[in-house]
Design a binder for this molecule. Structure first.
Ligand code: PMT
Length: 224
């Protein structure tokens, strides 16, 4: 029997990739499967939380009991997260939003006879940074960092620059870690500098460890 330690808390969880269209048939995206975010949503519900799952396109079935918000682009993910944050206690951003999008989306399929397309990119909005700037008292914000080198250094930098309470760092260059696998190996770093290096385990178990850290953090600052 799962401990119901998250009753009364509303978690907003992001999952999966986002998609940025180039033309009606082509787009930019990444390898995120949504498994990490869906595992967080599933475990949070099992522990009694209310969950809004803001998800990019994945092949995963909806999580029973979660309010599903299905989006496509990073801009849409931002809108979905902002709307859900009005009534949320915790945001966990496990999604891999596209960082760049074409400035212009071609109305018609680009043809080879048109020559090489000149695709100019711009940055998408940073969801975490935007939401953390307007956060309400008592809201806990957790980010992920997907790195392929110097993971802890870059992870700490993201914790600071995005104004997070906790960051979950994964070195996605390692086998069995990160994108599109059922396991993960993460280091959880809190704003006060506490570092928790976890072994390789299933994403369900990683999710439970993260949720337990969030709960402890909220108890220690008198939230929840
Ligand atoms: O989906 P899976 O296949 O299970 O893979 C899991 C995962 C590798 C996607 C997951 O463990 C993970 O690391 N998620 C974060 C991926 C990512 O975008 O990392 P980042 O270091 O580029 O971004 C840092 C943080 O900012 C993340 O919390 C991200 O959600 C957030 N972000 C990124 C871009 C953006 N425009 N807005 C954001 O809020």
């Amino acid at each position: 029997e799962q401990q119901q330690d998250l009753v009364g808390l509303h978690f907003v969880i992001t999952a999966g990739p986002t998609i940025e269209d180039i033309d009606p048939v082509r787009y930019l995206t990444n390898r995120s499967s949504g498994k990490m975010g869906y595992a967080l949503a599933k475990q949070a519900i099992a522990r009694g939380a209310k969950v809004t799952l803001v998800s990019g396109p994945t092949n995963l079935p909806p999580v029973p009991g979660a309010k599903m918000v299905n989006i496509r682009s990073t801009e849409e993910m931002l809108q979905g997260v902002q709307a859900a944050m009005a009534d949320a206690d915790v945001l966990i951003a496990a999604a891999a939003p596209a960082d760049y999008r074409p400035v212009e989306v071609f109305n018609h399929k680009w043809k080879k006879s048109d020559g090489l397309p000149n695709i100019v990119l711009e940055e998408t909005p940073d969801i975490l940074a935007t939401v953390s700037r307007s956060r309400r008292e008592g809201q806990t914000i957790v980010g992920f960092a997907a790195e392929t080198r110097d993971a802890l250094t870059f992870g700490r930098r993201k914790l600071e620059s995005k104004g997070l309470d906790l960051i979950v760092v994964n070195d996605v260059s390692q086998p069995g870690v990160g994108f599109d696998v059922d396991t993960n190996q993460v280091v959880v770093i809190s704003r006060n500098g506490e570092v928790d290096k976890l072994p390789l385990m299933t994403k369900a178990n990683v999710a439970d460890r993260i949720l337990t850290r969030v709960k402890a953090l909220r108890n220690s600052v008198g939230g929840g």
